[in-house]
Design a protein around this ligand. Structure first.
Ligand SMILES: Nc1ncnc2c1ncn2[C@@H]1O[C@H](COP(=O)(O)OP(=O)(O)OP(=O)(O)O)[C@@H](O)[C@H]1O
Ligand SMILES: [Mg+2]
Length: 319
């Protein structure tokens, strides 16, 4: 049933509005077989809306969306048969135990009672939930709950998986264990579209990153491509006195990219990292200017994000 084209998920010119609010303003994206795409964007960028449309849960206005070559509008049933979805609000019944949730979902997918039970056991082991299997889901910690959400969505071993912010609000340890699980899914050949607000997560997991903001794609490529967009390394020099700081700004002239009076720091863009560091230090030496600290900064995805959206990412907010 699965077609062999290398593009598994494709959206072209995808638009969606709620009344006058144009939430998606023409999104284009493709995900190739066996790869992971991270859809990265701040709150309200349109990530969940995109995932809900791609997974047939929500209609759209214009554009074309296919999953495994099936049109999400006209062949929604076929799309549903190849996808697994873990949403920000997933389909776990709080009152049922972890095991019961899994067995119930298995039955919904028309597994026989015996296969549903066997698959439930397999997933409980895989997701490290055996000890908690007989407890109601409402007693689970955030990390356990997220693992159960994901396990439930994997009952039918779907080849295409959508993960909407799978690690938002998890503590660092749970996040890492979720990353391991996600990496295993990919190693098993799944095609994955994951949304995230964490650059680090996109960097760590994804083959390709699409950055969206305000319902538009504002950049895409590998983490490396995106970093090279904001460009060069920077040399940051900190001075002990306002006098030496001001003199430095003066003698370094046009090479100064940024200076901060309060912190007494000067940033110099490095076109050729080694040569330019040497040149800068020579210039200071000639004027007998002493700095207090220096550091070379490589561009991070945070820099990319800031450059593209004008917004800082947030690493602490939970929902
Ligand atoms: N049912 C709805 N009715 C009206 N507006 C909506 C609805 N759902 C989403 N929106 C609006 O669409 C925009 C995009 O929302 P969406 O949930 O897709 O963002 P997101 O990128 O998933 O954000 P977050 O990181 O907070 O989950 C927001 O401005 C939101 O207010
Ligand atoms: Mg969302």
């Amino acid at each position: 049933m699965v077609k062999s084209s290398s593009i598994v998920i494709q959206a072209k010119g995808l638009k969606k509005s709620y009344g006058k609010n144009n939430v998606l303003k023409g999104i284009d994206l493709t995900v190739e077989r066996g790869t992971m795409l991270a859809l990265l964007g701040p709150n309200g960028a349109g990530k969940t809306t995109t995932v809900r449309i791609l997974s047939t849960l929500l209609g759209y206005d214009t554009g074309k969306v296919t999953v495994e070559g099936f049109d999400v509008k006209t062949e929604a049933d076929k799309v549903r048969s190849v996808i697994g979805l873990t949403g920000q609000s997933a389909a776990v019944d709080e009152l049922l135990t972890g095991r019961e949730n899994l067995v119930m979902m298995g039955r919904l997918y028309r597994l026989t009672s015996a296969s549903a039970k066997a698959r439930a056991q397999e997933l409980l082991e895989e997701f490290d939930l055996v000890d908690a299997a007989e407890r109601p889901a409402k007693t689970y910690s955030g990390g356990m709950r997220r693992r159960l959400d994901l396990a439930v969505s994997l009952i039918a071993t779907p080849p295409v998986i959508f993960l909407d912010e799978p690690t938002t609000g998890l503590d660092p340890r749970s996040r890492i264990s979720m990353w391991e699980i996600i990496e295993r899914l990919k190693a098993n050949g799944a095609t994955i579209l994951l949304t995230t607000q964490y650059l680090e997560e996109a960097d760590q997991l994804a083959d390709k990153i699409v950055v969206i903001d305000g319902g538009k794609v504002i950049a895409e490529g590998t983490a490396k491509d995106l970093k090279s967009k904001v460009g060069k390394d920077r040399l940051e020099l900190t001075f002990a006195t306002t006098k030496s700081y001001k003199q430095a700004v003066n003698v370094l002239g046009k090479t100064v990219q940024e200076s901060n009076d309060e912190e007494k720091t000067v940033s110099v863009v490095l076109k050729d990292t080694n040569a330019d560091v040497r040149k800068t230090l020579d210039t200071l030496q000639k004027e007998s200017l002493k700095f207090e600290a220096m550091a070379v900064h490589k561009p991070t995805l945070d820099d990319v994000f800031l450059a593209l959206t004008g917004k800082q990412t947030k690493e602490t907010e939970t929902k």
